[in-house]
Write a protein that binds this ligand. Structure first.
Ligand code: AMP
Ligand code: MG
Length: 421
């Protein structure tokens, strides 16, 4: 059994000619193996990359017990439980300027937020509750041992795991790495992705259209989606609908890249031709996915490269990319966190016609109504060639496989596009 056959034999409900979206997603997920090659970069250059190694903290964070507030550091054993306690202030500790002497019985030290706790003190009394008379500090009852103190190692202890390989590096991780004193970090090599469009009718921008021609827009949306996802892109242009051109382009692409993404040429009319070329270069599954838009799609391996043959229609390209290819490329990039797109449930303002038996990804506009409640409505025409529906949308309205039509006010699932990378 080939590796692809083994994968699909484990998937529930696998039927290449009417493939449920969840089954397609499961195949794509199990197809991909992560790139395990690391490179070292300065911490700031790691923003948006995938961490390549576990990071164990070399130090305690914070490094010392310190005050969480402005006030006085005291010994809690000195404080009377039922009455005011009079203490003598013997000095002050500021952030970055510790007080070097231990606090003795009946003594206290003025402390500012972030100041190292003086030896002997075990609590901070807020300045707002204290009265002072000369160097006497009068502390009311009701203070607790350990209050308003940040303990050494409370955030991360020395030797403790701080970050795991496979984690995306966001601003929080940059700060966390810096807080550990780490200046350089190992990140995964970016996936290299070659992409091209197929179609005799397609023309690149910058030249006028003759009759029957159309501008190639898919290479632009793919460029944008791949770049935002953190891939290194190889744009291979438009490839004509002939056997030799397609074979050459696929051969070059799969030799140069970790993954190859194409658009067009997998619909029923064109599939036979593409199928033969792909079969001669690797192992590829042809699917009719039970979804709209984006029914035809091909998935497999050409040599060592993963292959995704997306439909030609501009909206179908984006939907299949976000629903399947995104998952695969994030796994390839080495991500191990939960990167599935989250879904929200909101009321739909408009009625939507929908047949059970396929998943639909309608383009929606999520807004807040006058009462502050989030609601969604569809953008205009939902044709799979109408790229404007993607541009106007800020979310996908996901109508699940078994779902029927939607009445105004019914709850629907939406995937927010903002931040989609
Ligand atoms: P296909 O899947 O090749 O049959 O293409 C389906 C539809 O999408 C046709 O109307 C094509 O003209 C259109 N199409 C295919 N590729 C592109 C592209 N790269 N840019 C814009 N439209 C395309
Ligand atoms: Mg075509």
């Amino acid at each position: 059994m080939s590796s692809l056959e083994r994968i699909v034999s484990c998937i529930d409900g696998y039927d290449a000619n009417a493939l449920p979206v969840e089954a397609a997603r499961a195949v794509v997920r199990s197809l991909v193996t992560p790139i395990a090659v690391n490179e070292r970069v300065a911490v700031r250059a790691a923003l948006g990359r995938v961490l390549g190694e576990d990071v164990v903290s070399p130090t305690n964070v914070p490094a010392h017990d310190n005050s969480a507030m402005d006030g006085w550091a005291v010994r809690s054993a000195d404080l009377l439980p039922q009455a005011d306690t009079r203490l003598r202030e013997i000095g002050a500790s500021f952030a970055g300027r510790p007080f070097g002497t231990a606090v003795g019985a009946g003594e206290c030290v003025r402390v500012m937020t972030g100041a190292v706790m003086p030896a002997g003190a075990d609590a901070v009394v807020l300045q707002e509750v204290v009265r002072t008379e000369g160097d006497a500090v009068i502390v009311p009852p009701g203070q607790a041992r350990g209050q308003h103190v940040r303990f050494a190692g409370e955030d991360i202890a020395a030797g403790q795991s701080a970050l795991r390989a496979g984690q995306p590096i966001r601003p929080a991780e940059l700060g966390l790495l810096a807080s550990l004193g780490i200046a350089e970090v190992a990140v995964r090599r970016r996936p290299r992705v070659a992409f091209f469009s197929t179609g005799d009718e397609l023309v690149s921008v910058g030249r006028p259209l003759a009759e029957g021609e159309a501008y190639d827009s898919n290479r632009y949306t793919l460029y944008g989606m791949l770049t935002r996802l953190g891939c290194e892109v190889i744009d291979m242009g438009v490839v004509r609908d002939d056997r030799a051109s397609l074979a050459r382009a696929l051969g070059d692409a799969s030799a140069a890249a970790d993954a190859v993404v194409t658009s067009g040429g997998v619909s029923v009319g064109e599939a036979d031709f593409t199928r033969e070329v792909l079969a001669s270069l690797g192992e590829v599954l042809f699917w009719k996915i039970a979804m709209r838009p984006g029914r035809p799609m091909a998935v497999g391996k050409l040599g060592d490269a993963f292959f995704f043959g997306l439909p030609g229609n501009p909206v179908a390209v984006m939907v299949t990319f976000y629903q399947f290819v995104r998952d695969a490329l994030l796994a390839l990039a080495g991500r191990t966190d939960a990167f599935e797109l989250p879904a929200l449930r909101v009321p739909c303002e408009t009625a939507l016609r929908k047949k059970p038996g396929r998943t639909e990804f309608q383009r929606g506009i999520l807004t807040r109504d006058a009462s502050g409640q989030w609601t969604v409505r569809v953008t205009g025409s939902q044709g799979s060639g109408v790229l404007r529906s993607m541009s106007e949308a800020n979310c996908f309205i996901v109508l699940e496989h078994d779902r029927g039509s939607v009445q105004p006010g019914d709850l629907v699932s939406v995937q927010v596009m903002d931040g989609l990378a």
